[in-house]
Design a protein around this ligand. Structure first.
Ligand code: DX5
Ligand code: ZN
Length: 221
């Protein structure tokens, strides 16, 4: 039985009330705050940066998980570390030197991870498993909240679960995109242990009811 973590994505929160939103979602049982950074270059949308990370940091004690959908990545990493990020992930296509970027994140004092788009092959993992604390599998194409889960991701989750188990390392396996109360158990069954959910949580009035329903389905699978 693994430890499951629920990571609400603030992309679907009310940005005008962000401090209150993150406090409320943590009070409702969130384990991690997922923080989506988009640059209108690597992905066709523009969101938030280190200043906003720094602004929400005093409002929550749980880890802040910064998902970088930006290119290039290296210059901004120390800024996020200083702004209070605990986990930083990036897409391998967005870095010229993947090993160096992973090391930069670790040297900044954060946990480091790679993110795989639905069509990105897993062979990027081959020579860097020893530098990974987390692997994030996208179950939608990155850029927007509220998209539908791509079922093919389940096979990819299972493949990564095997690689993690074979490595013997303690690497989190996170899934991001279209996660809802009714499909979270399937993602867990395939091998994921950390679940990003944006619209499923922030799109409902009662965050605790959604998180509890997710936990109930995780416990039942
Ligand atoms: C998409 C982001 C996701 C997004 C998930 O590019 O990386 O974290 O917020 O939103 P939902 O859960 O609504 O699919
Ligand atoms: Zn994300």
């Amino acid at each position: 039985m693994s430890t499951y973590r629920i990571a609400p994505s603030i992309l679907s929160a009310d940005f005008a009330r962000l401090g209150e939103e993150v406090r409320n979602v943590v009070a409702a049982g969130a384990d991690i705050i997922h923080f989506d950074v988009m640059d209108n270059h690597y992905v066709p949308n523009l969101t938030i940066g280190p200043l906003v990370c720094q602004a929400i940091r005093p409002h929550v004690q749980v880890p802040i998980d910064v998902h970088l959908m930006i290119k290039p990545v290296d210059r901004i990493i120390p800024d996020f570390a200083k702004a209070g990020a605990n986990i930083i992930t990036f897409h391998p296509e967005a870095s010229e030197h993947i090993d160096r970027t992973l090391q930069l994140i670790r040297d900044s004092g954060c946990k480091a991870g790679l993110v795989f788009n639905p069509a990105t092959p897993l062979n990027y993992l081959e020579h860097v498993m020893d530098k990974l604390d987390i692997i994030l599998l996208m179950s939608v194409n990155p850029g927007f909240g509220g998209q539908s889960f791509i079922p093919e991701t389940l096979k990819k989750i299972a493949a990564v679960r095997k690689l993690i188990d074979a490595s013997g390392r303690d690497i989190m396996l996170e899934v991001d995109g279209g996660i809802k109360v009714d499909n979270i158990a399937a993602a867990a069954k395939a091998g994921a242990d950390t679940f990003v959910a944006g619209s499923a949580i922030f799109g409902q009035p009662d965050y605790k009811a959604v998180i509890n329903a997710m936990r109930a389905n995780l416990a039942a699978q």
